[in-house]
Ligand binder design. Structure first.
Ligand code: ATP
Length: 439
């Protein structure tokens, strides 16, 4: 089994990610996040929001709608250019992305292929109640456009002054020809983005591109990614998207293959210019300093939440041996881990132990994401918590009843320490902070 297969299986077994609508056979490229998955995903999104929005004074947030006026996609160029080359096998009629095939025949049955056709990735939908008069529109193929069509609203309702940015997190939809590699290529996924507006000056705008490239790369390091598994890839001229002047991807190395996690793009004034031309609205910015009117340039950072999620699992996954026994452990950054602490009574059938352990659990739960576990024996509980990435386990034993202390065991070192119950919350909060680079 390669790592991606191991992660797919662990995710389902432990409740990170399930195939969507599984009881009906699933649906290709669509996934549901389970109880642990939703925690990890929210922690990633909160970390992004804190880094981009909270820590900067010139960044504003937005949460635009998924369904937009169909003209948006005409203006943005998606109706014309948002496509991948599709080929079909003439024998078995399976369909493939032509640019992903190594040979010019069907990988499933070796049959001959049609010539490549442009296949548009936008997902169509229809609004309205009268048959024949329904409005055909699209589920957004990227969250970006929701920001640019609101450029004027944001300027008029905030004190935004260039350079400034707009951050957004939300769902996007693409009718991918070949979804797969677990959640890596999904048809419904989430993006976390920053659209940063700067003066339309090439030199200055490229300085901002460098600035955000570095910032974004360092953020992934702060999340805990190993540096050797991350790299930049620059897009060559012929690889650039229709709107881009320059583009870099942050890539992650998984199962020996470099895969895109985030794109950092110089979009020029493409989006504002096109929306100005298509809507007829004046989308220029008046610069009070220079008394000039202009369409700003846009530097964009566009990351996939699901891809960061998947790569974090991959980066954190270890198999090791403790006292001759194999274990799987997710060494997730404690600030991202779904649960920070698990509390156990040493034995599940001793009322005094349970009473004290429940008190400790409830007390911790008010301040830290904590889980209760009294199934099986202690060894099994440790294995279980290791596999879901819980950094600390607290055990209440008979000594606890006399000495008012508990055992705290670390996921990464498996070392155990006794801590006084009245110091436990502070000890754990400090340990969670200390074990990670603060973000
Ligand atoms: P790819 O080349 O992998 O198709 P892209 O270059 O089309 O990706 P962008 O349009 O730049 O991707 O989107 C920005 C980010 O959104 C990507 O870096 C990725 O993290 C995420 N993303 C794009 N498509 C998908 C998808 N089908 N499933 C999950 N995440 C995606």
């Amino acid at each position: 089994m390669n790592l991606l297969e191991k992660l797919t299986s662990l995710s389902k077994r432990r409740g990170f990610v399930y195939p969507s609508s599984e009881i009906y056979g699933g649906i290709s490229g669509i996934w549901d996040y389970g109880p642990l998955g939703v925690e990890l995903k929210n922690n990633i999104k909160n970390a992004f929001w804190k880094e981009i929005l909270q820590k900067n004074e010139n960044i504003f947030g937005i949460d635009a709608a998924i369904v937009m006026h169909p003209k948006v996609w005409e203006a943005s160029g998606h109706l014309e250019s948002f496509s991948d080359p599709l080929v079909e096998c003439k024998k078995c009629h399976h369909r493939f992305r032509a640019d992903y095939l190594k040979e010019n025949f069907c990988p499933d049955c070796a049959g001959p292929l049609t010539t490549p056709k442009k296949f548009n990735l936008l997902v169509e939908t229809y609004l309205g109640v009268v048959e024949g008069e329904k409005l055909k529109t699209y589920l957004r193929g990227e969250i970006t456009q929701g920001v640019h069509v609101n450029f004027k609203n944001i300027l008029n309702s905030s004190r935004a002054k260039i350079p400034f940015g707009v951050a957004q997190i939300g769902k996007a939809f693409r009718n991918e020809i070949t979804p797969g590699n677990f959640t890596f290529r999904s048809r419904e996924f989430e993006q976390m983005e920053l659209q940063f507006y700067v003066k339309p000056n090439l030199e200055e705008s490229f300085r901002w591109l460098d600035y955000w490239k570095e910032k974004r790369f360092n953020w992934y390091l702060k999340l805990g990614f190993k540096k050797e598994n991350l790299r930049f890839k620059e897009h060559q001229r012929d690889e650039l998207a229709h709107y881009a002047k320059a583009a870099f991807d942050i890539e992650y190395l998984l199962d020996g293959e470099w895969r895109e996690m985030e794109g950092i793009h110089h979009r020029g004034d493409w989006d504002l210019r096109r929306h100005r031309d298509f809507s007829g609205e004046d989308l220029t910015y008046f610069d009070e300093e220079t008394k000039e009117k202009y369409l700003p340039y846009i530097i964009e950072t566009s990351g996939g939440v699901d891809r960061a999620f998947l790569f974090l699992l991959a980066d954190a996954y270890f198999e090791d041996e403790i006292n001759g026994e194999k274990r799987v452990v997710l060494k997730l950054n404690p600030q991202l881990a779904p649960y920070k602490v698990a509390v156990f009574p040493l034995l599940a059938n001793k009322p005094q132990l349970i009473k004290l352990a429940r008190e400790i659990y409830k007390n911790l739960k008010n301040e830290i994401m904590t889980v209760w576990d009294d199934r099986g024996n202690i060894g099994k509980r440790y294995r279980f918590q290791d596999e879901i990435g819980t950094p600390f386990c607290v055990t209440v034993d008979f000594e606890s009843l006399e000495k008012n202390d508990v055992t705290v065991r670390s996921r990464d070192t498996t070392k155990q320490t006794r801590i006084k119950i009245n110091q436990l919350n502070t000890f754990l909060k400090d340990a969670i902070k200390k074990e990670t680079i603060d973000f």
